[in-house]
Write a protein that binds this ligand. Structure first.
Ligand code: GDD
Ligand code: MG
Length: 341
């Protein structure tokens, strides 16, 4: 079955990290997220995928010039302008000449969803499109999907206020589509699958949804990216087994960590340098980041080659952009974003 992976968003909630690197190319415990996503698909027998690119497309193409990612043969399709989710699906499907049932995946989601079961559900219900659902505590960040007892979607409400959400079952970003859906997407301009296509299919009664409570996370905010990293470290995202974890921390062999540093539940990626008496807790250090003597970093993401000055204290939740230098003895906490384009 052919698959379209949506990876063309700008990743605004993960800025400044996403100014240089598209969200799905950010390393998650040392491996770009897109590899994790395609590894899951490969496990369900997917051999070919179309990567629907828009934002910083060359970062994907240059990283995988052979067009094989996690064993899946990938075709790159770049939109001339952002077409939004449905526009991107139609553009990619036309390019790949898709004429049979196909899969669509939000490329920033990690999940242990049983895709084969979703495809079976789709066929057995005679659906035109089927959405995987996942229960969450706060549905207001997501597409909320009330269904009838037989799984037919009654409505699709994108990001409603929390107290107006009709259910806590949300769109998990994995879909099965019949090609007939493509004819219902306008052939130019921006079209949203969440705001245009799904509401129209729901009104026509041809949209179904299957709840599933397997592991699931949308990595698109700093808090969620940190949580996804911790989930990989602690084995909750079982699809990816990582070796070399000690005390809940993963330290790349090329990193230099002073023996007096205390590193718990953290990621220290390639070529990072961690000085004496540093404390890292629920921290993610991206390649080449430096944390100088005595600094404490908790629940924060330190971008590539950024430098955290000595005796600084960074608390939940700082995102430090690539190459940013934080002065010694800085004190930063709250929703901090350091660094521009
Ligand atoms: N090619 C392309 N073109 N891809 C796009 C575009 C575009 O114009 N816009 C967004 N994308 C990609 C993003 O890169 C991401 O992988 C995916 O589409 C979803 O976009 P997000 O920006 O991450 O959306 P969201 O997280 O706010 O909400 C979506 O995902 C939730 C579940 O993870 C919606 O689908 C919600 O309904 C859903 O609950
Ligand atoms: Mg998302």
């Amino acid at each position: 079955m052919k698959s379209i992976i949506l990876v063309g968003g700008e990743g605004t909630r993960l800025r400044p990290l996403t100014y240089q690197t598209p969200k799905q190319m950010l390393p998650l415990v040392g491996v770009p997220m897109i590899e994790c996503v395609l590894e899951t698909l490969a496990k369900h027998g997917v051999t070919d995928a179309v990567l629907a690119l828009g934002y910083l497309p060359d970062r994907f193409i240059e990283a995988y010039p052979s067009g094989v990612i996690s064993g899946v043969n990938v075709t790159y399709v770049t939109e001339p302008e952002p077409l939004d989710t449905s526009g991107a699906i139609r553009f990619a499907a036309t390019f790949a000449d898709i004429k049979e049932t196909f899969l669509v995946i939000n490329g920033d989601v990690l999940t242990a969803l049983n895709i084969s079961k979703l495809i079976e559900f789709h066929h057995s219900h005679g659906a035109e499109a089927t959405i995987a659902l996942h229960p969450v505590e706060d549905p207001s960040r997501f597409g909320v999907v009330p269904t009838a007892p037989d799984g037919r979607v009654i409505a699709f409400v994108e990001k409603p206020p929390r107290d107006e959400a009709p259910t806590n079952l949300i769109n998990a970003g994995t879909y099965v589509f019949e090609p007939s859906v493509l004819d219902k997407i306008a052939s130019s301009g921006r079209v949203s699958v969440e705001r245009d296509t799904f509401p129209a299919l729901a009104a026509a009664g041809s949209l179904y949804a299957m709840p599933d409570d397997a592991y699931w996370i949308d990595t698109g905010t700093p808090q969620a990216f940190l949580q996804a990293s911790v989930d990989v470290l602690e084995g909750r995202y079982a699809v990816r087994a990582v070796s070399g974890i000690a005390d809940g921390a993963w330290i790349h062999p090329s990193a230099t960590v002073d023996p007096s540093a205390v590193v718990t539940t953290s990621v220290v990626d390639r070529n990072c340098v961690v000085g004496a008496n540093v404390v890292l807790d629920h921290a993610v250090l991206l390649p080449g980041a430096v944390v100088q003597v005595g600094a404490k970093v908790r629940s924060s993401i330190i971008g590539p080659s950024a430098v955290i000055g000595s005796y600084s204290v960074l608390g939940a939740t700082c995102v430090v952009g690539a190459n940013v230098i934080v002065a010694p003895e800085s004190q930063l906490s709250g929703d901090v974003r350091l660094g521009g384009v």
